[in-house]
Design a protein around this ligand. Structure first.
Ligand code: MV4
Length: 447
């Protein structure tokens, strides 16, 4: 087993990883910025190492400072959490060179999936359905026009170096393509330092369904079923659930088999997520792969009864997966709401400040994953996620009812939060009946 794990992260995910370490009797090392000296994740670890000033560039994103903290603390493994350096293949590689076990996939898998056109190509070669589109990046406007001829309109321009929706542009007519291509290229260059752009057929109001996969170093690859994550705002997920409501057995089987085949084809190891778009007819298309543990992993834990972070540590230590596919069953239903320090009445403007009072909910079927406590300061420097509420039930209706009650019982004072928005969303008739799609929030369904 591992000796001590450094978590190169903060907030709720750092605390979540430390909890898994304690379950396995593994030591814990926190890193922190000057803004996080008094943060719960630092107090809860065996050791804490100061990285540097509050800005993430000088602390949580500074590879040399993080590696130096690992050396000084004696940690033999590193968990990147999500965000920050979690999908930086150079960082994963540097951990290996420094003699640290990176708790995640091989650097090469991170690199390959980070290049969105390479990911599409590898997945298509593995038999995973992809959205019809250009086989790779398009070199110039003329190449874009040639590719568009075979794809049709509407289409979408995406950054090859990007992902997560940044720099995408919908194009409805051939006459708009050259200008849109130029704009997308410029945005891709400034956001990712890589101007490469590719084309896909635009799917109208798709659902976002993702499949949790897990692989060990001994060739076993399994899935842990799906999550529905369509309720997003500007590519930030707000509500996630498992199972995905209303998926046909055929679509469900297709998704999970494709996810496992895709992960196997690239020699994937550890936890990963295959993201798909699902259209109204049940057709599904690979979108991208997230090569990290995700924010929404608890809904999968609640329906499978398995501890994904403990398994990440075990697999990283070289052990075999403790699960066989047939033992991984979805039981009941679970939903997660992300509570952010943002003002839904001001276009989700971040709402930093001091939490003068925090009273999280409890009760049957309710789980809270929090990075904060009463007195915590919500800084402008980091993602404003305060905590996640997870509700489980024997079925979807019970899980949603418990979530409504939990949101109603939560008290947060000192900052504005997304709770009023979440309550409106959960009361919406389309959400109640499970008729979800990715444009709901941005189209104003919950205002
Ligand atoms: C699309 C799409 C429609 N057609 N691709 C947004 C995030 C990025 N990973 C991919 N995204 C989309 N890709 C095609 N060919 C619509 C979206 C999209 C979306 C996807 C998932 C969840 C929320 C979304 C919100 C707006 C657009």
């Amino acid at each position: 087993m591992l000796r001590a794990v450094l978590v190169a992260n903060r907030g709720e995910i750092a605390r979540r990883v430390f909890r898994a370490c304690r379950r396995l009797g593994v030591g814990t090392v926190a890193v922190y910025s000057e803004a996080d000296r008094d943060a719960p994740h630092v107090r809860e670890a065996d050791q804490g190492v100061l990285l540097g000033p509050a800005p993430a560039r000088e602390s949580y994103l500074d590879i040399e400072r993080v590696l130096d903290a690992a050396r000084r603390s004696g940690a033999d493994a590193l968990h990147p959490g999500y965000g920050f350096l979690s999908e930086n293949w150079r960082f994963a590689e540097a951990c290996g060179r420094a003699g640290l076990t990176f708790i995640g996939p091989p650097a090469e898998a991170i690199r390959a999936m980070g290049d969105k056109t390479e990911a599409r190509r590898l997945m298509a070669a593995a038999g995973v359905p992809t959205v019809p589109g250009s086989p790779g990046p398009v070199a110039d406007a003329a190449a874009a026009e040639a590719a568009a001829g075979g794809i049709g309109f509407p289409l979408i321009l995406k950054a090859a170096g990007g992902g997560g929706g940044i720099g995408m542009a919908r194009v409805d007519r051939a006459t708009d393509l050259a200008a849109a291509f130029a704009a997308a290229t410029r945005r891709a260059q400034s956001a990712f330092g890589n101007a490469a752009v590719y084309l896909e057929r635009y799917l109208e109001r798709p659902r976002h369904v993702e499949v949790q996969v897990f692989a060990d170093r001994h060739g076993t690859v399994v899935h842990l079923h799906e999550r529905e994550c369509s309720i997003q705002r500007r590519h930030q997920k707000l509500i996630e659930e498992s199972p995905a409501p209303g998926l046909s057995p055929a679509t469900k089987r297709g998704l999970t088999e494709a996810a496992v085949a895709g992960a196997r084809a690239i020699g994937y190891v550890n936890a990963g997520t295959m993201e798909f778009l699902v259209d109204a007819a049940g057709g599904f298309y690979f979108l991208e792969m997230n090569t990290r543990i995700q924010v929404e992993h608890p809904v999968t834990e609640e329906v499978t009864g398995l501890d994904l972070v403990v398994e990440q540590l075990r697999v990283a230590a070289g052990e075999r997966l403790a699960w066989r596919q047939d033992d991984i069953v979805q039981r009941g239903a679970a939903v997660e709401c992300r509570v952010y320090a943002e003002d839904p009445d001001k276009n989700f403007l971040p709402s930093p400040g001091t939490l003068t009072r925090l009273h999280p909910p409890g009760g049957e079927g309710i789980r809270v994953e929090s990075g904060v406590e009463t007195g915590s300061v919500v800084s402008v420097h980091y993602d404003p996620l305060l905590f996640k509420l997870i509700a489980r039930g024997d079925g979807r209706d019970e899980a949603l009812a418990r979530m409504r009650a939990a949101l109603g019982a939560t008290v947060v004072e000192g900052v504005r939060t997304t709770i009023p928005f979440l309550r409106k969303a959960l009361d919406h008739p389309d959400v109640r009946r499970g008729a979800l799609h990715t444009q709901m929030v941005d189209q104003g369904a919950f205002r």
